[in-house]
Design a protein around this ligand. Structure first.
Ligand code: ATP
Ligand code: MG
Length: 433
């Protein structure tokens, strides 16, 4: 339909005929002069009509336009120093393609601020704001960078079932669904399936996946439907091999975001590319927290507040925005986590990014006997894990992996709450749109 995007229009096209299409961002009627701002994916262009110069048909077409209608404009590009980008379009014809009703549910020009609920209820229109659209084009770039990195490292992208018969790992709550005449659940993670893949010989698998978690959160960083990169790799020496991969993956994503100049400019943000990721043990984390006035009893998970405080300490004392926390107490981790020799600690790690957990991972148990013992120890019934344990009995290499929350990475990259970086967030109160 169009010959150019607004972004292509520069002084070099002076005197050229073009066809543009997009939305009516603004209309200003100054009597003899009528200005119309056309918006498309790449930005804005001023369309200027002048009584006596522009044909009557076009002038009356402009009078009838409503804001946010979709139009097609044909015309001549002319240089004009007074126009916002030094160029404007003199229209020969304006075609109304789809009329927008008024009043609008949201003000795209941002003259009136809308609350988050109104924005989410009208997300299609919220994304017409260039700075909101930029979040999602950036997110797409970050996903591509992550995928590209994993492909280069020999990972096979897989898809595992999201409808499952029983809990993958205990702990987090599941959403029950009715599956014909039986009860089933939405998958809280691909954990068991990606581990089973380690006995196939594919060696390295990844999935850009959805987690469904029926937790009644009301925080800035939790949703009930989550997007994450899940990876699992075999023939590792220990969890450090897995951490090295995760570091590379996150760095590739952060680096890509930091280079996305157009999006960052629209968002008015700058992104630091952190240096080498620092690792501290869980015990060291507790010590740092204690020194900073927060006492966490040994064995307990870090709560929101202490995660945040630790992020501040890591930035202040180590200059690190990204850091691993390693060697969590065994009992605080899921049954498939590899214990350390002492059975007190585990070969597990979390990745923190500016005070928020963005990933969790570990070396896994590959010995079927130990695995069964740990399932029982967790108060779960090994019979429910028959299909999983089966994959460990006929040759299972040492392996490990992690889940990296994409929504969390995006929110920390851009310092935004999680609902800003997810198109249609699902939380306790929100099931539409
Ligand atoms: P948290 O302790 O922050 O609630 P978790 O330890 O329960 O998270 P994991 O099971 O370790 O989460 O999942 C791996 C990653 O997936 C997390 O590090 C996080 O990035 C992301 N994630 C998990 N649950 C959520 C959620 N409810 N909302 C957003 N992201 C999540
Ligand atoms: Mg975790």
């Amino acid at each position: 339909m169009r010959s150019h995007y607004s972004g292509d229009i520069t002084g070099r096209l002076d005197g050229k005929k073009v066809v543009l299409a997009g939305w009516v961002h603004e209309i200003r009627d100054m009597g003899k002069l009528k200005f119309l701002v056309l918006r498309d994916r790449e930005g804005f262009i001023q369309v200027t009509a002048k009584k006596g110069d522009t044909c009557e048909e076009v002038l009356s077409a402009i009078d009838q336009l409503s804001k946010e209608s979709v139009i097609k404009v044909e015309g001549l590009i002319v240089k004009n120093e007074k126009a916002p980008r030094g160029v404007e379009l003199k229209p020969d014809s304006i075609e109304l393609i789809s009329k927008a009703d008024s009043p609008l549910p949201l003000d795209v020009t941002q003259k009136v601020d809308a609350d988050m609920d109104t924005r989410l209820n009208n997300r299609f229109m919220d994304l017409r704001k260039p700075e909101v659209a930029a979040i999602f084009t950036l997110r797409g770039e970050v996903v591509n960078a992550g995928r590209g990195f994993l492909r280069e490292k020999g990972f096979v992208e897989i898809n595992t079932p999201k409808i499952i018969a029983s809990a993958s790992e205990g702990g987090t709550e599941l959403f029950p669904i009715s599956y014909f005449d039986r009860e089933a659940f939405l998958a809280q993670s691909p954990q068991l399936y990606k581990q089973m893949m380690m006995s196939t010989g594919l060696d390295r698998v990844c999935e850009l996946t959805t987690y469904f978690r029926a937790e009644e959160h009301d925080t800035r960083r939790h949703l009930n439907e989550v997007t994450a990169f899940d990876c699992e790799m075999a023939f590792i020496e220990d969890e450090e091999d897995v951490m090295e991969l995760l570091e590379g993956l996150v760095m590739s994503m952060v680096k890509k975001a930091s280079e996305s100049d157009a999006e960052l400019e629209r968002l008015g943000k700058k992104i630091n590319v952190p240096g080498k990721i620092e690792g501290i043990t869980y015990d060291k984390a507790l010590k740092l927290l204690k020194e900073n006035g927060k006492n966490i009893p040994w064995g307990e998970d870090l709560d929101t507040e202490s995660e945040k405080l630790l992020g501040e300490v890591m930035e202040r004392e180590y200059g690190k925005q990204l850091y691993f926390i390693t060697h969590f107490p065994l009992e605080s981790k899921p049954f498939y986590t590899m214990p350390c020799e002492d059975r007190k600690y585990s070969r597990s790690f979390d990745l923190g990014y500016k005070g928020v957990e963005v990933a969790s991972g570990s070396q896994r148990i590959h010995d079927p006997k130990l695995l069964e013992d740990r399932i029982k120890h967790a108060g779960l019934n090994p019979e429910n894990f028959g299909f999983y344990l089966q994959a460990f009995k006929y040759g299972m290499p040492p392996h490990g992996g992690f889940g990296l929350g994409l929504d969390r990475v995006m929110m920390q990259l851009l310092d935004l709450p999680i609902r800003e970086v997810v198109l249609f967030p699902r939380d306790r109160h929100r099931l539409t749109p």
